[in-house]
Design a binder for this molecule. Structure first.
Ligand code: ADP
Length: 842
């Protein structure tokens, strides 16, 4: 700082107008500058005139405002900024001395003025009379300044430096410097700037100092009792800048120290493992020595707090009673017999043998079939805490195992976090969607899960963040997935897969009425006296508004209905909202027996207003249409099968079974096969197989091209299309469907409209078994199909299908394509004569 020494400034200065603040000699300021000023001069190390702009900063006229007469000559110490996207620079300037403008020399591109220096010239600094005349004033000023500085915390380096400056600086420099340090308004600073005479400056600054001292005294007084009252309040660290005047450093440090002592006590009394205790004590020793300002201080403290919070030895007591468990499972879930049976077995073994190192159960099935909710019920029956860990899309192994503490922002993994959340070491952890783990450069989370799920290893699971082993052997893990295909084999190997198939329509109706509707009513604050949803309506929702294996969409639709009814009930005008009852069930092919259900409360054709207010709102098909819009799915099957060259296949997807149309057409061409509809390689191969088989059997079935040739590709192109092109389809099970579809195309006969089929084919015309029969059959049943052709070797899978579904369907068990074709066409698909031998081209 050049304060004190004699300064000679140039007589011409470029001017910088500042809006926000006032620069005084001896202090420093950052200000943004107009790029125009920069263009004219390279600013670094130049002296510029800083003039407070007292005019309205919002008025954006180009003319120079009436300039303040007095400003501060300043040295530009630093220029930072960039030209892109817009020129913007910040200038660091140090005030040197006052000047006054004599004459404005030019205004553009930036103002330049002829100036006269007002202070810190040689005659001022060596001034002979200042000492005597100002002696008393400056002494008084100095005393106040010292008093103020001593009220601040001397351990803060900036305060100590200021204290030293007070003694070393010439007295006449002090008013400017202190004014810019203590709390003053811009107006006050401006007055000090204008006070050219030193005496005047001292006189004006003393009241400002006194005000600040009084303010500090008051602050200290009010803070004291508060701290006595509440010693343990964790204080926000004070701003150490002197200008803000916070002076409670010591006390706060003490408080923090108290916290550390408390933390140490907690560590010693916690029941953590010996190894963990050792690590924690070492860390707390380090913590005590660490200055709080170090970033590591907070990290270490967080670590120790987590260690204390973890449930090292805290567990809930299992109350396992198989009979009660059966009741809970039955009460919470309708159907799912196989799953419930296996869960009960599992629980029974646990009851007999306490620390079971049993397999990890993995429920595999389409979404919305109750996998998660069975997991929750298991926790309920055991009286354990439940925690769900969603693994969908997790691609970083530190999500499971945590980050090492050396990383910035490191955290424990989800397992340890989950344990902290539940606060006991024996919760039920539901690892949701294990099939959706992804791999990435950050490692393979599935590999990290292996350790978690292996009963031989997981008693010493080491999270990277904790860096000490935590015993997970008491945790009960249950996994869920939509398909086993994408679960890494090593992980799958550690789990016992229990398939949870989709529901039949009847099961869905029961689930809706026993569980979903009561739950939705409760969530929406409705009572059965306010809304009535007959079973026929539920069936309508299931068949016309949803197409799913589970019940999640059904649940959402029921929620939408409840919301709509809640509005009516809240408005108190549900009477008007009721549609004409006469039409309920009209025209619907629903075979439900609902009419009596609906009768008592049904809204009769008599006047609405006559109804008593407590009459429930009946949801019939009209109401359904009003609330949910027009039906989303119609029975389109028969329409689509009205031409030759279409057949219905059955596909399995992770979301459950689906019916799938296969369409074929032929045209003149050169014997090419075109396949469309997002097919995988296996499916394409099935198509080629099907064509080859048909070509080799064309004579036998009298299949010809348009020109009558038995070579089906003779001057003919074939196009096979699998609609719903947005979904990738693959797998061998469409083989029989493609053969049937092509047989229909070349024979010109229609495939029966109520037949669906599935099965893999061989080149010799055999039908091989496929997977997912139960889901596929349910999908066909949902779609209203009647006859299903499945491979003979899949007969055993039919046992899993509910008896009433089996009764409504007829199954054809086919061992070869001959039988498939016979079953798919009305009146059979007769072969003329057996081929004696195959034409081999080898
Ligand atoms: P998932 O985990 O299989 O995707 P959820 O467990 O989340 O499905 O189930 C979705 C909803 O369906 C839950 O509200 C659940 O209670 C309900 N649900 C599913 N199956 C049944 C059932 N068999 N009985 C009662 N409610 C069921």
């Amino acid at each position: 700082m050049a304060a004190g020494s004699a300064i000679q400034i140039p007589s011409r200065l470029p001017l910088l107008l500042t809006h926000e603040s006032v620069l005084l000699p001896g202090s420093t300021m950052r200000t943004s500058v107009d790029s125009r000023l920069l263009k004219g001069t390279s600013l670094r190390s130049t002296i510029i005139g800083v003039i407070p702009n007292t005019s309205d900063p919002t008025s954006d006229c180009d003319d120079l405002p009436n300039l303040h007469r007095i400003g501060t000559a300043a040295l530009a110490v630093q220029v930072v900024g960039s030209n892109w996207p817009k020129p913007h620079y910040t200038l660091l300037v140090t005030g040197l001395c006052r000047f006054q403008i004599l004459q404005l020399l030019k205004e553009k591109p930036y103002p330049v003025a002829e100036v006269q220096q007002l202070d810190r010239l040689e005659q001022f600094t060596n001034g002979h009379k200042s000492e005597e005349e100002l002696g008393e004033l400056s002494e008084q000023f100095y005393k106040y300044a010292v008093q103020l500085v001593e009220m601040l915390d001397m351990s803060v380096p900036a305060v100590a430096k200021l204290r030293r400056l007070l003694d070393n600086l010439p007295r006449e420099a002090l008013p400017d410097i202190l004014t810019s340090i203590i709390r003053t308004t811009n107006q006050e600073k401006l007055q000090i700037l204008d006070a050219v005479r030193l005496e005047e400056r001292f006189k004006m600054t003393i009241p400002l100092l006194v005000r600040q001292i009084e303010g500090l005294k008051l602050l200290q007084k009010t803070r004291k009792p508060k701290q006595d009252d509440d010693k343990r309040v964790v204080a926000i660290r004070p701003n150490r800048r002197i200008s803000h005047g916070s002076i409670t450093e010591d006390e706060e440090e003490e408080e923090d120290h108290d916290d550390v002592v408390m933390l140490e006590k907690k560590i010693r009394t916690s029941s953590m493992s010996e190894q963990a205790l050792k690590v924690c004590l070492k860390e707390i020793k380090r913590l005590k020595k660490m200055p709080q300002s170090m970033p590591e201080y907070a990290l270490t403290r967080n670590y120790l707090e987590l260690m204390v919070e973890l449930p090292w030895n805290k567990s809930t007591k299992d109350r396992l009673e198989i009979r009660a468990a059966r009741i809970v499972l039955d009460n919470d879930h309708y159907a799912m017999e196989k799953l419930k049976k296996r869960v009960l077995e599992y629980l029974a073994v646990r009851q007999l043998k306490n620390n079971l190192k049993g397999p990890i159960l993995c429920f595999v099935g389409p979404p919305g079939v109750g996998k998660t909710s069975v997991g929750r019920s298991i926790a309920k029956t055991l009286g354990r805490e439940f925690h769900r860990i969603a693994l969908g899309g997790v691609c970083d192994q530190s999500d499971i195992r945590g980050h090492r503490r050396t990383y910035v922002g490191s955290m424990p993994g989800r397992i340890i976090n989950g344990l902290k959340t539940v606060g006991v070491n024996n919760p039920v952890f539901l690892l949701d969607e294990v099939d959706k783990l992804a791999k990435s450069l950050q490692g393979d989370p599935a590999a990290a899960l292996l350790e978690v799920l292996d009963p031989e290893q997981n008693h010493s699971f080491t999270d990277h963040y904790l860096n000490v082993a935590f015993d997970l052997s008491q945790v009960l893990f249950i996994a869920t997935a939509n398909t086993t295909a994408t679960i890494p084999p090593a992980l799958l190997d550690r789990m016992e897969v229990i398939q949870v198939p989709g529901y039949t329509q009847e099961e869905k109706i029961e689930i809706a009425h026993r569980h979903l509707i009561p739950k939705q009513l409760e969530q929406h604050g409705l009572t059965p006296q306010q809304i009535q949803i007959p079973q026929v309506t539920t069936l309508g929702i299931i068949t016309r508004y949803t197409r799913e294996a589970g019940v999640r969409a059904l649940d959402r639709k029921l929620g939408a209905i409840c919301r709509a009814v809640a509005v009516k009930v809240a408005e108190g005008q549900h009477k008007e909202a009721k549609p004409d009852r006469a039409e309920v069930g009209d025209g619907e092919d629903c075979k439900e027996h609902i009419t009596e259900d609906a009768k008592p409360e049904s809204i009769s054709d008599t006047a609405d207003l006559a109804l008593p207010p407590e009459m429930p709102i009946l949801i019939d098909f009209h109401a359904l249409k009003d609330i949910l819009g027009p039906p989303m799915y119609d029975m389109e099957v028969s329409e689509r099968l009205s031409q030759p060259g279409v057949a219905i296949g059955l596909a399995w997807t992770p979301l459950g079974g689906e019916i799938m149309f296969v369409e074929a057409s032929r045209m003149d061409g050169e014997g090419q096969l075109t396949l469309t509809g997002q097919l995988g390689d296996v499916m394409k191969e099935s198509a080629h197989l099907a064509i080859s088989w048909l070509r080799s059997n064309a004579k036998r079935y009298q299949l010809t091209t348009a020109s009558g040739s038995f070579d089906l590709l003779d001057n003919t192109d074939i196009h096979l299309h699998f609609p719903a092109g947005a979904v990738t389809k693959d797998g061998p099970s469409a083989g029989v469907t493609i053969v049937t579809c092509l047989a229909s195309l070349f024979s010109g006969r229609l495939v029966c409209s109520d037949v669906a089929m599935t099965g893999e084919i061989t080149l010799r015309g055999l039908v091989l078994p496929v997977g997912g029969i139960k889901d596929k059959v349910l999908a066909a049943h949902r779609a209203g199909l009647k006859r299903i052709i499945i491979p003979q070797r899949n007969e055993k899978d039919l046992e899993e299908i509910a008896a009433h579904v089996r009764q409504e369907l007829s199954f054809v068990l086919a061992a070869c394509l001959d039988e498939v074709l016979n079953a798919a066409f009305d009146g059979g698909f007769a072969a003329r004569a057996r081929l004696e031998h195959l034409n081999s081209k080898l």
